[in-house]
Design a protein around this ligand. Structure first.
Ligand SMILES: C[S@@+](CC[C@H](N)C(=O)[O-])C[C@H]1O[C@@H](n2cnc3c(N)ncnc32)[C@H](O)[C@@H]1O
Length: 204
C-alpha cells in the first residue's frame, strides 16, 4: 500500500483507539508479518469467499486482498462506525459490513452469502465475556464451508489472562483441529495465530 494511504489509516486508528480502547483492543495496527500468518488460509487458486472480522484500519485486509483470485468476495465486519466509513472510503474493493461479528450469520445472509471459505479475525477476544465468545464462534463455525478454515490471533502478553485461556478452550471445543503458529515477533505486541478447521458439530 502506498504512503499516502498510511497516514489516514494511522489517524483513523488513533481516533478509534482513543474513543473506544476496550473495543479496539490493540495499541497499533497489525504488521504485514502477522497479516501473512493469519491470511495463509485464504485460497489463492480459485475464486473464494473470505470474511474478515474486526478489520480496523485495514492492515490485514491488504494482505487478504493481495492473495485473492479474481472473482472472489472479501467481506469485512467492523463494529466501529467511523472505522467502517474509513474502510469504505479507502478500500472500495472489499465489502465492508458495519455490524457485530456476533450477528455474522444475519450479515452474510443480507449480503447473499451462504458459505465462506475462510474467516480471518483480529477481534479482541480477551475483552469479550464468555457468552459473546461462544456466540461469535458459533456464527463462524456455522458460516464455514466444508474444508474452510478460521484463523485468529492472541497477543503473547494476554495468554495468561482468563479471557485468552477461555478462548483457547472454546476453540478446542468448537473445532476438531486447532493449530498454533508463531510466535510472530514482528508485531506490536507479538502474538500467536490459531488456525482452526472442521467445526465438530457441522452438518455432514
Ligand atoms: C485489535 S483491533 C484489529 C484491527 C486490525 N484488523 C488490525 O489488525 O490492526 C480489533 C478490531 O475489531 C473491531 N471489533 C471489536 N469488536 C467487534 C465486534 N463484536 N464485531 C466486529 N468488529 C469488532 C474493533 O472496532 C477493531 O477495529
Amino acid at each position: 500500500m502506498n504512503q499516502t494511504a498510511v497516514r489516514p489509516d494511522l489517524r483513523a486508528f488513533m481516533s478509534a483507539a482513543l474513543r473506544r480502547q476496550h473495543v479496539v483492543g490493540a495499541i497499533a495496527p497489525s504488521s504485514p508479518v502477522l497479516g501473512r500468518a493469519l491470511s495463509a488460509v485464504v485460497p489463492t487458486g480459485n475464486a473464494s469467499v473470505v470474511v474478515e472480522l474486526g478489520p480496523g484500519t485495514g492492515p490485514i485486509s491488504e494482505v487478504i486482498h493481495a492473495r485473492l483470485a479474481p472473482g472472489s468476495r472479501h467481506l469485512a465486519v467492523e463494529i466501529d462506525p467511523d472505522l467502517a466509513a474509513h474502510l469504505r472510503r479507502t478500500r472500495p474493493w472489499m465489502e465492508t459490513l458495519y455490524g457485530d461479528a456476533a450477528d455474522l450469520g444475519t450479515l452474510l445472509a443480507k449480503a447473499g452469502v451462504e458459505r465462506v471459505d475462510a474467516v480471518v479475525s483480529t477481534l479482541p477476544w480477551s475483552f469479550f465475556p464468555g457468552d459473546v465468545q461462544e456466540r461469535i464462534l458459533g456464527q463462524i463455525s456455522g458460516a464455514l464451508a466444508p474444508g474452510g478454515a478460521f484463523t485468529t490471533v492472541t497477543y503473547l502478553h494476554a495468554l495468561p489472562l482468563a479471557g485468552a485461556r477461555a478462548l483457547r478452550r472454546r476453540l478446542r471445543a468448537v473445532f476438531d483441529e486447532v493449530l498454533i503458529t508463531g510466535p510472530v515477533w514482528r508485531n506490536i505486541p507479538p502474538g500467536i495465530a490459531y488456525v482452526c478447521r472442521r467445526p465438530v458439530d457441522a452438518a455432514p
